[in-house]
Design a protein around this ligand. Structure first.
Ligand SMILES: [Cu+2]
Length: 705
């Protein structure tokens, strides 16, 4: 099985699966199999164990060593892998890339998923094969929903899963249902989920974190046909979020509607495999102020984004016998984006015309790759080369008006409209991976990749220079203003990564995994400061206006994880200890300072016990002081902390109940990548980082049928 295929593989045996003990120790899980890519997997049973604690798929991902996240709205955390944030990662849902459609990246790909209905998540933190995606320089996150199930010939199948949860902190609740009806040829699956929460309470005396409420619902229908020539799937879905507060943004999401249609064909032939996907997505996104930021009684500040994307993805695996497998792929993705801010009646600043932030921007990408994979008895090699052609363009823009207060935007719009905005990038990538089984218990994975990513629409085409207009741009949660840059070049990253794995005792045995890495990025899209913002008295506000700019950067670090069974007996059950730790340094070589939002040393230790249907887990996680910060963005330092989580779950027959205490000791802390609490700032005038969640008692219930 290839690295890419491994990411796509899902638990086919889902329907037949007994109520297995949930496998919570994903920290130490190394997916075995003939792969050199070292994918780590969070499977359905892991998600089932933790779905009552979070509706944010990206948050659950942080149990994988090397994965962290920029805090955002309640289901929109932006994943970070080894210091590279979401824009730089290859994130797919059912094999499809979802383009961000908001100047604050409020609707990232994982916000369209719900942990309750996700089947599995594959994560590659190190070097990945070129077949796993282009236009990214960091790791890979591949979310899969359940594959279609079929009945045996002459039978019909009706199967599914339902779940519900309640979280005391923020009064969160939700539920989900999956239902499959099938015969031996056709299979129809419905997936639906709903989740909502009020503002959560910070730990200790931190009080309510304003603008942290949310609600959303996701539905999908998948029709599949199993035929002589392969599997056909047609899947459509709808997502709606009526509100999602963003504690670390000036704006909140007040509506996000998105629907999609995906077609998929997979066929296995004598000569190899053929996999074809076609996809379309339509998203309408609206921002304004929720109550904590002043509401919309006087119009607020409406901001609208519309995105349409469409594309295809063809992958052919050609079996070469003793010479291995040749993989050839071609994909095209079209994105169209409009971003405009309607005038507010009676406002001096926001009128009389609509502000046109991005006018019909287009970002088209054609990717092509060739990859070769070969397995020997103890060695697997994957090597590939890839080209991505990027074509981008955007129309003319306009400020709110031509008044004195709007002069900075008037001049910026004139300059932007006079400039040539058509861009073309030709990005070459290559990667080589080697997996070597050194002995029965030890294996070594080595990888080198050069990968490239072109700027996104907001990095290239936002233009406003006013303090207000530029403060609306940016997904960094830092309160600063961001200005796009037409001169940006694509980022090019050279990455070396290695993983040494020791493992013994089979499925429930011990393991140690040590993964060092080094990445050098040429033309890393960071920022330079244009000016400090000042208040009416001319005093600096602590926020700055920044412009995206190419710089050079390097990130190096090490992820270590392991697990060991402590005892196992019929009478006393099984006990297991898991641990992980991550350390990294991210440096902007051009200005010598730290890169923004790099995690300090952090880790966790957990103890699990299972006896019959009863499972107990206690986890201690910690992060050290964050004292390496990016001075250009006025990034706050955060203090080290340790948190205790505990969970008890009981499964019988097809039922399962969980009771969990998150942040059991109600520790007050600030997440190192939490950003600035702007919702609180607006209400209290006090500037602080976003407090971490205080204690929450979470209960969950699930049933399979
Ligand atoms: Cu938004």
């Amino acid at each position: 099985m290839s690295g890419a295929a491994l990411l796509g593989a899902s638990g086919q045996a889902f329907a037949q699966e007994a109520t297995a003990l949930p496998d919570i120790d994903i920290d130490s899980e190394v997916v075995q199999g003939e792969t050199a890519a070292g994918a780590q997997r969070i499977d359905r049973s892991d998600l089932r164990a933790r779905q009552s604690s979070s509706s944010d798929t990206a948050k659950l991902l942080q149990s994988v060593p090397g994965v962290s996240g920029f805090s955002a709205g309640g289901f929109s955390t932006l994943p970070v892998i080894r210091g590279l944030e979401s824009q730089r990662l290859g994130v797919t849902v059912d094999g499809v890339t979802i383009m961000s459609a908001c100047p604050n990246d409020m609707n990232p790909p994982l916000s369209y998923t719900d942990p309750q209905t996700v089947q599995s998540i594959g994560v590659i933190t190190g070097v990945s094969p070129v077949s796993s995606g282009g236009d990214s320089i960091g790791g890979i996150i591949a979310v899969e929903t359940a594959p279609p199930q079929f009945a045996r010939s002459g039978e019909t199948l009706l199967t599914g899963e339902a779940s519900a949860f309640y979280r005391s902190n923020g009064d969160g609740f939700g539920g989900a249902m999956s239902l499959t009806m099938a015969n031996d040829v056709l299979s129809l699956t419905y997936n639906g989920s709903y989740t909502q929460a009020d503002n959560f309470e910070g730990g200790g005396s931190h009080g309510t974190v304003r603008s942290s409420e949310f609600a959303k619902t996701d539905h999908s229908l998948n029709l599949a046909a199993q035929t002589d020539i392969g599997l056909f799937e047609l899947k459509g879905g709808y997502h709606f979020s009526p509100y999602e507060g963003f504690p670390n943004q000036y704006m909140d999401m007040t509506s996000n509607k998105s629907w999609f249609l995906n077609g998929h064909y997979a066929g296995a032939f004598d000569w190899g495999d053929l996999d074809v996907r076609a996809h379309y997505r339509n998203t309408d996104h609206e921002m304004n102020f929720l109550a904590d930021k002043g509401g919309t009684a006087n119009g607020g500040m409406p901001m609208n984004t519309e995105t349409r994307s469409a594309g295809y993805n063809v992958k052919v695996d050609i079996l070469l016998g003793n010479a291995g497998t040749l993989r050839v792929g071609n994909e095209f993705q079209h994105q169209w984006l409009n971003d405009y801010w309607p005038a507010v009646a009676g406002s001096m600043m926001m009128g009389p015309d609509p502000y046109i932030n991005v006018n019909g921007a287009k970002r088209d990408r054609l990717g092509t790759y060739v990859e070769w994979e070969k397995n020997w008895s103890s060695v697997t090699a994957i090597a590939g080369i890839r080209n991505d052609q990027l074509w981008m363009n955007a129309g003319e823009v306009q400020p709110y008006g031509t008044g004195m207060m709007q002069m900075a935007d008037v001049m910026a719009a004139t300059a932007f409209n006079a400039a040539s905005r058509r861009r073309h990038d030709s990005n070459w990538s290559a990667s080589a991976l080697l997996r070597y089984d050194l002995s029965k218990i030890a294996s070594l994975e080595l990888g080198y990749a050069r990968k490239a990513r072109s700027p996104n629409i907001y990095e290239r085409y936002t233009w406003g220079r006013g303090s207000m207009s530029s403060s609306m741009i940016g997904w960094f949660g830092d309160g600063n203003g961001y200005v796009g840059n037409l001169d940006l070049k694509p980022e090019k990253a050279d990455t070396l990564s290695a993983t040494l794995t020791f493992k013994g005792g089979g499925e429930t045995g011990w393991s140690v995994r040590i993964s060092p890495y080094y990445t050098h990025v040429t033309d890393y899209i960071d920022v330079v400061k244009l000016k400090d913002f000042t208040d009416m008295m001319g005093m600096p506000t602590g926020f700055a206006q920044l412009q995206f700019a190419n710089q050079d950067a390097e990130i190096y670090g090490i992820d270590v994880s392991g697990a060991v069974p402590l005892w196992s007996s019929e009478r006393f059950g099984k006990t297991r200890l898991n641990a992980k730790a991550s350390w990294l340094r991210g440096r902007n070589i051009s200005d010598g300072a730290s890169l923004y939002h790099q995690m300090p040393f952090n880790g966790s230790v957990s103890l699990e016990h299972s006896l019959g249907g009863l499972e107990t887990q206690v986890q201690l996680s910690w992060a050290a002081d964050k004292d390496r910060v990016d001075p250009t963005r006025n990034e706050p330092r955060t203090q080290g902390y340790a948190l205790v989580d505990a969970q008890i779950a009981y499964s019988w027959k097809t039922y399962r109940v969980t009771l969990a205490a998150e942040n059991l000791l109600d520790k007050a802390y600030f997440a190192p990548l939490g950003g600035i609490s702007l919702g609180d700032y607006g209400a209290t005038g006090m500037l602080r980082p976003v407090p971490g969640r205080g204690r929450s008692i979470n209960v969950g219930f699930g049933v399979k049928f």
